[in-house]
Design a protein around this ligand. Structure first.
Ligand code: PLP
Length: 468
């Protein structure tokens, strides 16, 4: 399989070439030249596989520059019951017939980003060792990405992590998870701004090609293709658990911010997985909901970016969204470039035509949004009706899922975090303290390792120079 950019650069690159990269050189995102098609016989064969073997089968369709036996070993090292808590890795919690949560949040940082990041850690270690190289990972996080990256890379030889986060904007638990890591190769940098400032700094540093080359800067933020690919696996795993035969369809509701998680659902659907709808659920930061309803994609300024009780979805633009637009617009890279480069740069928005908007429907996308009051109500109702405690992001998903159920189609809501990560809102809704997994009882009181820097790419570069 070869990979091309969404902005018109047709240079075809191999998986391991793009594994350690972020954006394509023309500023676009990488996508495979085509999506492998899964026929009914293959689907039936996969139905019986455990998660690691299923992951291997899917990965091997997209990765042909790692020997199969090595790739299988990587998948088996990654997806273990020890790391993810159960043999199913992403077990379903059935709420009622036709409605279930798919638990993606049982990894080391209790959020779904572990699903991809743990694989990325293994792939990076493998590839860097093979090349005899080192890498400095630069990332931006609003909470879950950063901790997942740090837990995946901690102690790995040849890798340093420089993780930017918005100063004071993560929950105390999230801050404790990240900042308590004492590994020498993990560097926490709190930026005096919002998440998008952090992301802009990452882009600015990565666009300085001399610096990038000299300091071997790589990225693990959600635009990394390998992360997206890892996430494709659990759509298949969820489908197999929810159905008895390949004649059935399921829908997925996905709490969305940067459109990474649900974009993996799009890829799974393009491969032929029988998905009815992909329901995009946003919080008050409804950039995506607005697009799916109206065809207008409007980037928000920092002042319009709401700080919410589902903070991992507090985005002003959806960095993976360009991948879907590329497919929607017939893979016309010049058009995508004109929308995301020219229109966004000059006007901060673009609008697709009515006939293009009508093309969304066959892809199965629908959307909705929710508010803080909705989250509280959903957390309460779910606890009262089913005895199940959900986190705030999963609550956003569940609220929108219930508005989009179809008769005869099972709805799977992706559970993207455990309630304990966002305990304050759970206490507000239920007057109960969510249970903590063993070993995490007192992490807020552990010593913290973090440096505070201004919104300034130069300051971050200087920090990297003195810490590699
Ligand atoms: C990152 C995250 C999301 C949003 O995922 P995207 O891939 O950015 O759309 C939702 N919920 C939680 C808990 C997250 O950490």
């Amino acid at each position: 399989m070869r990979y091309i950019s969404t902005r018109g650069d047709r240079t075809e690159r191999a998986f391991c070439e793009i594994l350690l990269e972020g954006l394509a050189p023309d500023g676009g995102l990488y996508l495979p030249v085509s999506y492998p098609q899964i026929d009914a016989a293959t689907l039936s064969k996969w139905r019986g596989l455990n998660y690691a073997d299923l992951a291997f089968e899917i990965l091997s369709l997209y990765i042909d520059d790692i020997p199969a036996e090595d790739l299988r070993a990587i998948a088996q090292r990654t997806y273990t019951a020890e790391v993810f808590g159960t043999p199913e890795i992403t077990p379903l919690k059935v709420l009622e017939p036709g409605l279930a949560l798919q638990a993606l949040s049982n990894g080391p940082t209790l959020a779904f980003k572990d699903m991809a990041m743990q694989l990325l850690g293994q792939l990076f270690e493998y590839e860097l060792k093979r090349r005899g190289e080192t890498l400095n990972i630069l990332g931006a996080t609003s909470g879950d990405t950063g901790s997942a990256a740090e837990y995946a890379m901690r102690g790995k030889a040849g890798v340093n992590v420089f993780m930017l986060s918005p100063h004071g904007r993560m929950s105390p638990f999230q801050q404790a998870q990240m900042f308590s890591l004492q590994d020498a190769n993990i560097h926490n940098i709190a930026i005096e701004g919002v998440f998008d400032d952090c992301q802009d700094i990452v882009k600015a540093v990565s666009n300085d090609l001399d610096f990038k080359r000299k300091y071997k800067i790589g990225t693990v933020n959600s635009i990394n293709w390998a992360r997206l690919l890892a996430q494709v696996v659990y759509y298949f795993a969820g489908y197999f658990q929810a159905t008895k035969s390949n004649d059935e369809k399921v829908s997925f509701t996905v709490p969305s911010g940067n459109f990474g998680n649900v974009c993996a659902g799009h890829v799974a659907r393009m491969m032929g997985l029988p998905i009815a709808n992909l329901v995009v659920a946003t919080n008050e930061n409804d950039v995506l909901d607005e697009f799916f309803r109206t065809g207008v994609y409007r980037v928000r300024g920092a002042a319009d970016t709401h700080e919410t009780s589902s903070p991992s979805m507090d985005i002003s633009k959806a960095s993976n969204f360009e991948r879907f637009v590329f497919d929607l617009l017939g893979r016309d890279g010049a058009r995508v470039k004109s929308l995301f480069d020219d229109a966004i740069a000059s006007a901060g928005r673009f609008e697709i035509s009515a006939s293009e908007h009508a093309q969304i429907q066959p892809y199965g996308f629908v959307s909705g949004s929710s508010t803080h009051a909705d989250r509280l109500a959903t957390i309460r109702a779910t606890f009262e009706k089913y005895g199940v405690m959900v986190d705030t992001h999963t609550a956003d998903g569940l609220k929108v899922a219930l508005e989009n159920r179809q008769p005869g189609v099972t709805m799977l809501v992706l559970e993207t975090a455990l309630p304990v990560k966002f305990a304050a809102t759970i206490e507000e809704a239920l007057n109960l303290t969510p249970p903590r997994p063993a070993g995490l009882e007192n992490i807020e009181s552990l010593p913290k390792r973090v440096s505070v820097l201004p919104v300034d790419a130069q300051a971050v570069k200087a920090f990297i120079e003195t810490h590699v």
